[in-house]
Design a protein around this ligand. Structure first.
Ligand SMILES: *[C@@H]1O[C@H](CO)[C@@H](O)[C@H](O)[C@H]1NC(C)=O
Ligand SMILES: *[C@@H]1O[C@H](CO)[C@@H](O)[C@H](O)[C@H]1NC(C)=O
Ligand SMILES: *[C@@H]1O[C@H](CO)[C@@H](O)[C@H](O)[C@H]1NC(C)=O
Ligand SMILES: *[C@@H]1O[C@H](CO)[C@@H](O)[C@H](O)[C@H]1NC(C)=O
Ligand SMILES: *[C@@H]1O[C@H](CO)[C@@H](O)[C@H](O)[C@H]1NC(C)=O
Ligand SMILES: *[C@@H]1O[C@H](CO)[C@@H](O)[C@H](O)[C@H]1NC(C)=O
Ligand SMILES: *[C@@H]1O[C@H](CO)[C@@H](O)[C@H](O)[C@H]1NC(C)=O
Ligand SMILES: *[C@@H]1O[C@H](CO)[C@@H](O)[C@H](O)[C@H]1NC(C)=O
Ligand SMILES: [Fe+2]
Length: 534
């Protein structure tokens, strides 16, 4: 049974037996306050709001409902008193999903302008308590003002059924590690409390970690008598944990655009396999239904701006923001021909068996073309975000930690087009590397290097904790630690300076800060930027 339901039971009546995942229980006495991860009694209740930029004049508003909406609608305007504009979209779902994902794109908006919005709330008596949401549209490409964004990766479920002050008591040698300290804030709380210090959030893959359902279950995290999972209970458990994560993120993602990259935990439902050492049962992907594999949830849940950037779904795409051009890459599937992508058939993440999503070489051809089209006078900074790193010092120098095929796939193109910096996660530690290419450190360091700067921050946190780090930092690293959950704040100051800060979630302290100087040709004195070329 799920702990959130148990906790909720003290304040609310449970309609059905809490451990019966196959029936859709709902909380009748929730008094209009949705309990994360539960099925609302009113299936039309709008939940899990998330925003994504759709160009400087567009915003994708997505949310989920347990019932299908015929015409998902968003009302919006520049004042909460007149939500006089209306936009409609569509609703998608897939077998074994409990929800319908609604996507409505607002267009014709003013750049960098605050809007108020509400989503469809028909038949939802309990929805009156919801406040009207707000968001701010993207800065125009070439906007010279300084801005910050948050980068987080490997951020999973927090609280009752995810990372908390406890771990499952039955895990033995494979027990989860690094529970929160009693007074620690988790990464979601830290991001939320700091939300006025950044303009959007980029999540570099590995969200939810709902695929830890089986592991959490056999390790006794839901109670010592949890039943042995079967395909039905795994589907319900996975859905409940996923929805709980999206619910937890809503206070952030309903007001800050949330730009995502695919990670391996979006590919399947059991983290590629786990062995219940208590009952001596090994689970493989055979316990996953199609709706929980091949990035199905990820594909349905989000709408990233690949339509306007020529990318592919939520897998690879780009967008401009002020003085930066952002590119999101897929380190999981769709590598150049001749290279094995980690999550595809035969890849090193056993059992993921996902993709491809494009035609052969589509991602790399797009990457080249996208880079070639950047006007560096307007967006001097090119910043890439992705899931897997290749420069990372871990005691296990395994291909699943150090993605050398990723390096072969993408690094030469990054170097050729002068990518300034790239941010990755996947390994659950923090390492701020020196500008490096092909394992050669740039002698210029952070003072106008030729090679891209790269930072690995997979410290968002989830049930299973952090990864071990090598005692000695690799020669290509400037700083690193693995004992703390955290996120990155990246500030693009102007044409020449960019600062990366590592923020410890537990107390909001900046534990590491470094500034990159790049002599981008146009130093900002040459007039105002306009739109990027085609
Ligand atoms: C669950 O089992 C563990 C290990 O046997 C034990 O330490 C713990 O007290 C048990 N918890 C409950 C609630 O029974
Ligand atoms: C699957 O597990 C659930 C919950 O543990 C249980 O209620 C159900 O009977 C099981 N179904 C099958 C087919 O074993
Ligand atoms: C676990 O099960 C396997 C067969 O699936 C068996 O070979 C092995 O001996 C079992 N281990 C224990 C400790 O019972
Ligand atoms: C995954 O889904 C894509 C389409 O979304 C499909 O082309 C591909 O064949 C699927 N991969 C597997 C392994 O089923
Ligand atoms: C870890 O450190 C040891 C020396 O302390 C070194 O030999 C080894 O190569 C390092 N591993 C990695 C992946 O950097
Ligand atoms: C890590 O392994 C790769 C091969 O998989 C090798 O090329 C590299 O030198 C290794 N790094 C260290 C530090 O041992
Ligand atoms: C750019 O920003 C940095 C950091 O705030 C500052 O030191 C530098 O003077 C700025 N450069 C210009 C040209 O304003
Ligand atoms: C915040 O937490 C970090 C990580 O544990 C610690 O190093 C730092 O000293 C703490 N800062 C304060 C002000 O307590
Ligand atoms: Fe990962």
């Amino acid at each position: 049974m799920l702990r959130s339901l148990l906790l909720a039971a003290s304040a609310a009546l449970l309609v059905n037996a809490v451990n019966d995942f196959s029936s859709l229980s709902c909380l009748v006495e929730s008094k209009g306050v949705h309990v994360p991860g539960t099925v609302p009694c009113n299936p039309h209740e709008p939940l899990q709001h998330r925003l994504a930029y759709g160009g400087p004049d567009g915003m994708m508003v997505s949310w989920s409902t347990h019932a299908r909406l015929d015409v998902p609608t968003v009302w919006y305007g520049e004042s909460p008193l007149s939500l006089s504009n209306e936009a409609t979209g569509y609703s998608v779902t897939y077998p074994t999903s409990r929800v319908h994902d609604n996507h409505v794109k607002l267009t014709g908006l003013k750049p960098h302008t605050k809007y108020w919005y509400r989503t469809s709330f028909q038949n939802c008596a309990g929805c009156a308590y919801r406040s009207t949401g707000t968001f701010t549209t993207a800065r125009l490409a070439g906007d010279h003002n300084s801005f910050s964004f948050a980068f987080v990766a490997d951020l999973g479920l927090m609280g009752a059924d995810g990372l908390s002050t406890d771990v499952g008591p039955l895990g033995g040698a494979s027990a989860a590690a690094n529970p929160l300290g009693p007074h620690d804030k988790n990464t979601m709380q830290s991001l939320l409390e700091s939300k006025d210090t950044f303009e959007f959030v980029a999540h570099g893959g590995d969200e939810l970690y709902a695929d830890y359902f089986i592991k959490e279950s056999w390790q006794g995290y839901f109670g010592n008598n949890s039943l042995i999972p079967n395909m039905t209970s795994v589907v319900e458990g996975y859905n409940s944990l996923s929805e709980q994560f999206y619910d937890q993120m809503t206070p952030l993602t309903s007001t800050k655009p949330y730009m995502v990259a695919p990670g391996n935990h979006e590919a399947n439902c059991d983290n590629g396999g786990t062995t219940d050492v208590v009952h001596n049962i090994t689970y493989t992907t055979s316990i996953c239904t199609p709706g929980q594999t091949n990035f199905t949830g990820y594909i349905n849940h989000y709408r990233m701006p690949s339509d306007i950037s020529g990318g592919k779904g939520n897998f690879w795409y780009s967008f401009d923001y002020g003085l930066a051009h952002f590119i999101i890459l897929d380190t999981e599937t769709d590598f150049p021909e001749g290279l094995q992508a980690p999550d595809e058939f035969g890849g090193f993440d056993a059992g993921a068996n996902s993709g491809p999503f494009g035609y052969p070489n589509e991602q790399i051809k797009w990457f080249e073309k996208d880079l070639a089209n950047v006007n560096r006078d307007i967006t001097p900074w090119i910043l890439v975000m992705q899931h897997r790193p290749w420069y990372i010092g871990t005691p296990e120098n395994s291909s699943s930690n150090v993605c050398l095929t990723c390096q072969l796939a993408f690094e030469p193109t990054m170097v050729k087009y002068g990518v300034d910096a790239y941010f990755a996660g996947h390994t659950h530690l923090y390492e701020r590397n020196k500008p490096t290419a092909n394992y050669v450190v740039d002698p210029a360091g952070l003072h106008n290097p030729k090679y891209p700067w790269n930072i690995v921050n997979g410290c968002g946190g989830h049930y299973d904790g952090l990864d071990p780090m090598n005692k000695t930092l690799p020669y290509y690293a400037d700083a690193g630690f693995n004992a703390v959950y955290g996120w990155s704040r990246v500030t693009v100051h102007n044409y020449t300076h960019l600062t990366h800060d590592f923020i410890a979630s537990r107390n909001g302290t900046t534990l590491d800060s470094a500034t990159l100087y790049k002599e981008h040709k146009n130093d900002g004195r040459k007039g105002k930027g306009g739109k990027r070329g085609p």
